[in-house]
Ligand binder design. Structure first.
Ligand code: SF4
Length: 107
């Protein structure tokens, strides 16, 4: 079973942002370590109710995560383009960045 933390270093998933991001210590404490990566990232052609349910399930994991704020900060600063990070999906992060002009930081 692969997990979200595993995916930080997994080129096989094809997420360039993840591939280029080094694993930080807080990432090893994520509640998603025991959850399949697929819960956090949209498969090709996922739409509608299936997408909503998957995102809701991912966010329910994040809600109990001890490193939620670190994860969210990381995702916003590095402009992670895909998946649920820190309890936020792609659209929510984009909206937060737009509203707050969240400063970008190199990955
Ligand atoms: S906040 Fe969510 S995505 Fe981030 S480490 Fe925790 S469980 Fe994983």
């Amino acid at each position: 079973m692969s997990t979200l933390v595993d995916s930080f270093a997994a080129a096989a998933r094809g997420y360039r942002a993840l591939v280029t991001t080094a694993i930080e210590p807080w990432q090893t404490r994520g509640a998603c370590r025991q959850v399949p990566t697929e819960r956090f990232f949209s498969p090709d052609n996922e739409r509608g109710r299936a997408r909503d349910l998957r995102i809701r399930a991912a966010k329910s994991v994040c809600a109990h995560c001890p490193v939620l704020s670190r994860c969210r900060d990381h995702a916003l600063r590095t402009r992670e383009p895909y998946g649920v990070w820190g309890g936020l999906d792609e659209q929510e992060r984009a909206e937060l960045r737009r509203r707050s002009r969240y400063p970008a930081r190199p990955a």
